[in-house]
Design a protein around this ligand. Structure first.
Ligand code: SF4
Ligand code: SF4
Length: 439
């Protein structure tokens, strides 16, 4: 029985790690579903193409070549090296050692592990460059005011995680005497192995076992850390790009009820008292626009969880660049923070949301931020994973205008002029052609 204790212990931490992760994924899905329904099941081939190009192919990342290429190295390396995880899990559960080596044969096994070792070294280098860019070069977009406190720490923690995991993988291989003696696949670890010359075989074996355990435990911690981190995008980038808005940028969604009203105003024969047709749904929404996260749609909420906080949007935002209060990245971060708060409220109150006297508007996002937006779509264009901060801004503005009549004075004047004069200017339609008499 004693012999099986490590295997039982391994199975227990595996179950605990996967169990906690599953619990958080369910919470994540529940929170996203708090959003309003929106149909994004159309144009499936186009959606798959979008996902393949943006999430899998990372084509938007390389618009900024240095960070784009480094990101691709980390992404590809991390995914491929984790194939090794399968072997670790089997070894852990059944007490085998490098179970795939005899199954695949030395040549294939060595080829695979050799590639993983090269990738691990490249990931290590890429992650160190990322760390230097953040902390030494201090690239501006990582130092905006929303990137203080947890977001700043989170960005670094994940880099440390990757450095440690990659190092453990290489040390594990370098101290595996059997693997080193076989001489297949130890492309990088053969240069690390001499660091342990002079140690007894028992000590080297103990170091290997420790690295092995720390590696698997580290991966499980990493997996569970994702939910609390901007690194959730590793998983959500795929659905996020699949369900992204495929309409041309700048095409706004008109409210059906309002469109109908306007058409009615413009149709001299329309009967304003006409009853809706039998069976027709009441199309007037309970609330126009959005003042809280539950007024947004589920894709917008998924966007908030997917945001990587890379700041590419903010660094292209004309409002932000000219010193305005607005940062599209902060819009996404605040939406996620409020959504998390609502989720915790639901958990604490037996599955029901208890009014906490707060909302996204004013408590998280100010009208000043919302009105600073020029609706230029640069943030949408720049986002490497298909996030649309502008749609949230427009929905919240819609609320301010339609529910609170709280548009800035200039806009209110313009809207009054359109209503009274049919044009945004402050003179009557009869005076439109006066300019020609002046010449
Ligand atoms: S649409 Fe608004 S938030 Fe986005 S880049 Fe333009 S001004 Fe900034
Ligand atoms: S919205 Fe997109 S571009 Fe902006 S910080 Fe998030 S992931 Fe980066």
């Amino acid at each position: 029985m004693e012999k099986y204790l490590p295997n039982i212990f391994f199975a227990l931490i595996l179950i605990a790690g996967i169990g906690y992760f599953t619990m958080n994924v369910r919470k994540l899905i529940r929170n996203i579903k708090l959003g309003k329904d929106i149909d994004r099941n159309d144009r499936k081939p186009e959606r798959f193409k979008n996902m393949a190009k943006i999430a899998l192919g990372q084509y938007k990342m390389v618009r900024r070549p240095l960070s784009g290429i480094l990101h691709i190295i980390v992404y590809v390396g991390f995914i491929l090296i984790n194939i090794e995880l399968l072997e670790i899990v089997i070894d852990g559960l059944f007490g085998t050692h490098r179970v795939f080596q005899p199954v695949l044969g030395d040549a294939i096994y060595g080829f695979l592990i050799g590639n993983f070792e090269v990738l691990a070294a490249l990931v290590l280098v890429a992650v160190i460059i990322f760390w230097l860019r953040r902390n030494v070069e201090k690239v501006k977009r990582f130092w905006n005011k929303e990137m203080t406190g947890w977001p700043k720490k989170d960005g670094n923690i994940i880099l440390y995680f990757e450095m440690v995991l990659m190092s453990l993988f290489l040390i594990m291989n370098a101290t595996d005497i059997h693997f080193q003696e076989a001489g297949v696949g130890n492309v990088i670890s053969q240069f690390i192995a001499p660091w342990f010359d002079g140690y007894s075989a028992e000590t080297i074996h103990a170091i290997e076992k420790t690295a092995w355990w720390l590696h698997i435990v580290g991966i499980l911690i990493f997996l569970n850390y994702l939910y609390f981190s901007k690194h959730l995008h590793i998983l959500l980038a795929f659905p996020n790009t699949y369900f992204a808005n495929l309409n041309p940028k700048g095409q706004f969604t008109n409210l059906e009820a309002v469109t109908k009203e306007v058409k009615m105003m413009m149709d001299p024969d329309a009967d304003p008292y006409a009853m809706p047709e039998e069976g027709a749904e009441d199309e007037v929404p309970e609330k126009f626009g959005a003042s809280d996260v539950t007024d947004l749609n589920w894709v917008q909420l998924m966007n908030a969880y997917t945001c990587t906080e890379c700041g590419r949007c903010t660094s292209s935002c004309p409002a932000n660049l000219t010193g305005k209060e607005l940062s599209p990245r902060a819009i996404m971060m605040k939406t996620r923070d409020r959504l998390e708060e609502v989720g915790k409220n639901i958990d604490a109150n037996g599955g029901e949301f208890k009014d906490d006297g707060k909302q996204l508007l004013n408590d998280y996002i100010s009208p000043e931020e919302l009105w600073a937006c020029t609706s230029c779509n640069a943030c949408v264009q720049e986002c490497p994973i298909g996030i649309d901060p502008l749609s949230i801004i427009m929905d919240m503005r819609r609320y301010l205008v339609m529910e609170e009549s709280a548009a800035p004075q200039e806009l209110n004047m313009m809207m009054t002029n359109i209503e009274n004069n049919g044009a945004p200017w402050q003179y009557s339609q009869q005076d439109r052609l006066n300019w020609k008499d002046e010449n």
